[in-house]
Design a protein around this ligand. Structure first.
Ligand SMILES: Cc1ncc(COP(=O)(O)O)c(C=O)c1O
Length: 452
């Protein structure tokens, strides 16, 4: 089957055309009749009487990364001896520095003692860790311990933020962008149906980011939205917005009365003078939330630890502090990050831990250089990479899924098709720099063989 056709299939052929916004997630679309359960036959499965959430039915065939994993598994079935190298999903590969695991081990052992045992912690995170995050990443920007909500990761916080905003908001995203923003918006019922012809959901503003505009949207042509998801350094393009660009973004949000959700999960990869936080921009505390993560700095993709900053200066239109409502969401749907992860987080932010994280980031940045050299020596235009662990490679005029399939089939290397991040990613492939050095070198060798 044509892989593109497969991914673009509507998730439910039964979903009829509907108004561009669906605010009643629990209601079935009007023209879907509430049919009585089919008469059971010996082969028919039992069905409950519960209607499927119509918003989930709007989602396309699969979340991007599980879909890639499925194709990788299918490739392995076909070529059982292939030594597949995975530069796709963007999962970390290098061991967690011992200074960090020691902190977790110590806390784990303490849990076996009467004095060291602790149960539920504060939903917002341990005071010491909140203080350390505020001091380490936001020391000069007026962010305080109480503005920090420690979490089990940035992705989880993106969904919690969507619950905070509810179904009655319109979002803008960079195009291409990390899929969690769009998919969580669809699930919340903020969007219309997926429109095959433009490959976009109704009622989402896609802000095109391409080499032509330096991967920063032309804000003069972006209509007002309630929420603006903005990721810098960006996944997947690897582009980091400059101070001037972020100043424009903050002004744009303020002029429109919007809230920016700024995803800085890769901030420690910044090598130039691009801001590492939106709160470096004057006035940002009145218009922005920021989410961060230890996943890509300390190899915490499995350990799970992140945070979200909701400044007390950020207010809804009725003057109610956003942080108060976020606190309510966190207390309702989350019981705090794991004690062990939080001990690891404190290890990360000790002087030795910070140095160790910088070394991990430096290692992946060397991988990035190898991948960039490989593609530039083959004559490709590559973007990103300088401030991020992602290389955004242009295959002009080609379909991203075809390039993905070609590289998998012929080089046994898993990449990520750019179009999986939005229509603006068509013609690009994202190569992740997370990998053991020998695998990166071997992947580079195979890619040179393929495209020489
Ligand atoms: C931009 C971006 N935000 C958030 C995440 C998820 O981070 P976490 O592991 O903290 O959930 C990722 C993971 O790849 C990401 O690329």
């Amino acid at each position: 089957m044509n892989p593109v056709a497969c991914l673009r299939l509507p998730a439910s052929a039964a979903t009829p055309p509907s108004p561009s916004r669906c605010r009643a997630a629990s209601q079935p679309p009007r023209s879907v009749s509430r049919l009585p359960p089919r008469a059971s036959s010996s082969t028919a499965a039992y069905t409950t009487k519960v209607y499927r959430n119509a918003n989930i039915a709007k989602l396309q065939a699969g979340y991007l990364f599980p879909e890639i994993a499925r194709r990788r598994a299918a490739h392995l079935l076909k070529h059982p001896d292939a030594k597949i190298i995975s530069l796709g999903i963007g999962d970390t590969t290098e061991p967690i520095p011992e200074v960090i695991t020691n902190a977790m081990a110590e806390r784990a052992h303490a849990l076996s003692t009467v004095d060291g045992y602790s149960g539920y912690g504060a939903e917002q995170g341990e005071k010491k860790l909140r203080e350390a995050i505020a001091a380490t990443y936001y020391g000069d920007h007026g962010i305080e311990e109480t503005d920090i909500f420690v979490s089990d990761g940035a992705k989880c916080d993106i969904s919690r933020l969507q619950v905070l905003f509810g179904s009655n908001v319109k979002i803008a995203v960079q195009d291409p962008s990390y899929p969690a923003y769009v998919d969580s918006s669809v699930i919340m019922g903020q969007t219309g149906l997926y429109q095959q012809d433009v490959q976009k959901y109704g009622n989402i503003e896609y802000m095109r980011c391409s080499p032509e505009n330096g991967f920063f949207p032309d804000l003069s042509s972006v209509p007002q939205t309630d929420i603006i998801f903005f990721c810098s350094p960006n996944n997947p393009t690897g582009a980091a917005a400059s101070r001037d660009q972020l100043t424009q973004l903050v002004k744009f949000a303020k002029d429109n009365g919007s809230i920016i959700v700024y995803d800085s999960a890769y901030a420690m990869y910044i090598s130039d003078d691009s801001p590492k936080s939106i709160f470096e921009i004057p006035g940002a505390k009145e218009v922005a939330i920021e989410t961060g993560s230890f996943s890509k700095y300390a190899g915490f993709t499995g350990v799970r630890l992140g945070w979200t900053v909701v400044p007390k200066e950020l207010l809804f239109s009725d003057g109610h502090p956003v942080a108060k409502d976020f606190n309510r969401i966190v207390c309702t749907s989350f019981n705090g990050a794991s004690t062990l992860s939080q001990a690891g987080g404190l290890g990360c932010l000790s002087p030795e831990g910070l140095k160790a994280m910088q070394d991990v980031v430096g290692f992946y940045k060397e991988n990035t250089d190898i991948i960039v050299d490989t593609f530039t020596s083959l004559g490709f235009n590559v973007y990103g990479a300088k401030n991020a662990p992602y290389v955004w490679v242009h295959f002009p005029g080609r379909n991203s899924w075809d390039v993905f399939a070609e590289i998998l089939e012929k080089a046994h290397v898993v990449t990520t098709p750019g179009s999986g991040f939005g229509p603006g990613g068509e013609g690009f492939v994202r190569i992740s720099a997370f990998g053991h050095r020998e695998n990166i070198i071997e992947a580079a060798r195979r890619l040179k063989q393929l495209y020489k």
